[in-house]
Design a protein around this ligand. Structure first.
Ligand code: SF4
Length: 445
């Protein structure tokens, strides 16, 4: 009898929620991510909200931090990335590179405004010197010794190791000794190789990303965050595989402090622009509102017992959308950022800084019992009544105060080619033939 077969092979949503998270296989998580019936959707979201309350309480946490994306020059050409520029491509005049003095100035300014963290990620600049990342880390730690340095994605760890000629295992220890305190778990997108080969051929592979996450924890003693990017060419089954990969990795090495679903921002993404060779006709225009809710809720259901912090990323969401996500399993708002560039470059319109005052408004709008707390990068609670100089300083003019990504593109102040010339003159850059070789998109493996 086909109906009986169907009933026994596909448990109901209620049954899956009862089993979760321990007895969920890929097809079960896929089912939860695919529900359409309004009653099923409501049940998934209510379950996620109840788990959030059980696992983290009613606090909505955030960290005061600053992003320093010190260069947009990059040897890779990921299809979703509107941030990077190729120094020899048609947009080469928009390639910037912040010198160490400017990186240190930004870190000091962040500290003076109450930041406890500086987050550093950037493109993979061609011609970089072997000590690129360790110099950036040391420079920040010299400028602000007590700041938590959350820096360098697994892709940058891989690139740095290649520049230095050492293994990633050895390189992670060098980064730690230079001052890196934890790693951002970006460059994950979807940890399914066939999807990566489509949206970012030549990018760090699934097995390399997993290896670096393990090495970070086991060899260098560093914690890391974890992310997923959704709403492009993936299916619910790919997200399900990603979530279960992260869950297994966390059980094995306990490296992750938080999980951050990132809704794809399509406006300026090369793979959504028909004139770009990276154009993918099947690419969606970002996730639907329903998919945003489900991915965050299912992340809580699948991961919350081993990664208790599920973050909603305000640069990708409207304030109203962020409130809804806090009601669907999320307990964290991420950082103030001050210089958000990646989503802004892709066409998001939610600004480059979020003040604690605005975060409090969002947190309390999610429910009368919800309240804002300030945490550090590793989720130690710092203040239950956070207030900070950033509220007054940024106000509604954050872009003017901190300088924006779009200004950097237009300004002549920090041109990449000037920085490369000066590094070459100082003998710290790699030579020209190395520069040419490292431009190949598959140079970093
Ligand atoms: S995502 Fe990172 S590696 Fe890929 S093109 Fe953008 S900056 Fe470069």
């Amino acid at each position: 009898m086909p109906c009986r077969v169907l009933r026994t092979s596909l448990p109901s949503v209620r049954e899956l929620l009862r089993r979760a998270p321990k007895r969920l296989e890929v097809e079960h998580v896929t089912t939860l991510l695919s529900v359409e019936d309004p009653n099923d959707v409501a049940e998934v979201i209510q379950r996620a909200d109840a788990l959030r309350r059980e696992q983290t309480g009613d606090a909505v946490s955030f960290v005061i931090n600053r992003n320093i994306n010190f260069t947009n020059a990059c040897i890779k050409r990921c299809g979703f990335c509107a941030f990077s520029r190729t120094p020899r491509g048609m947009h080469k005049s928009e390639t910037y590179y912040l010198p160490l003095e400017e990186i240190a100035r930004r870190a000091r300014e962040a500290r003076d405004l109450g930041a406890t963290e500086v987050c550093v990620q950037a493109g993979l600049p061609p011609g970089a010197s072997a000590d690129l990342y360790t110099r950036v880390a040391s420079c920040i730690k010299e400028a602000v010794p007590n700041i938590h340095l959350h820096a360098f994605s697994p892709e940058e760890v891989l690139y740095g190791a290649q520049l230095r000629g050492v293994t990633t295992n050895e390189y992670l220890k060098l980064l730690r000794d230079a001052g890196v305190d934890s790693l951002p778990g970006t460059a994950a997108e979807i940890l399914v190789q066939e999807i990566r080969d489509k949206i970012s051929p030549g990018r760090i592979t699934v097995s390399q990303w997993i290896r670096i996450a393990k090495e970070a924890r086991l060899s260098a003693g560093l914690r890391m965050t974890a992310t997923v990017m959704f709403g492009h060419v993936e299916t619910p089954a790919h997200i399900a595989r990603h979530l279960l990969t992260i869950r297994a990795l966390q059980h094995e090495v306990g490296v992750f402090t938080e999980f951050v679903p990132l809704g794809f921002v399509h406006w300026e993404a090369p793979m959504c622009r028909e004139h770009d060779p990276r154009y993918l006709a099947e690419c969606r225009d970002g996730p639907s509102p329903a998919q945003r809710l489900l991915v965050h809720a299912v992340s809580r259901i699948v991961l919350g017992d081993c990664i208790r912090n599920i973050q909603c990323s305000w640069p990708k969401e409207s304030p109203e959308g962020t409130i809804r996500l806090l009601q669907a399993g999320c307990n964290d708002l991420g950082g103030t950022l001050m210089n958000e560039s990646i989503s802004s470059a892709a066409g998001a319109k939610h600004g480059q800084v979020m003040t604690p005052r605005e975060m409090r408004r969002i947190a309390t709008a999610a429910g009368p019992e919800r309240y804002l707390i300030q945490r550090d990068t590793l989720y130690n609670i710092l203040h239950r009544e956070p207030s900070c100089a950033l509220d007054e300083y940024a106000g509604t003019k954050g872009n003017l105060r901190f300088g924006s990504f779009h200004e950097l593109l237009k300004s002549n102040r920090f041109r990449f080619h000037d920085a490369l010339r000066s590094e070459t003159a100082n003998g710290t850059s790699r030579n020209r033939s190395t520069w040419v070789r490292s431009r190949a998109p598959d140079a970093v493996q």
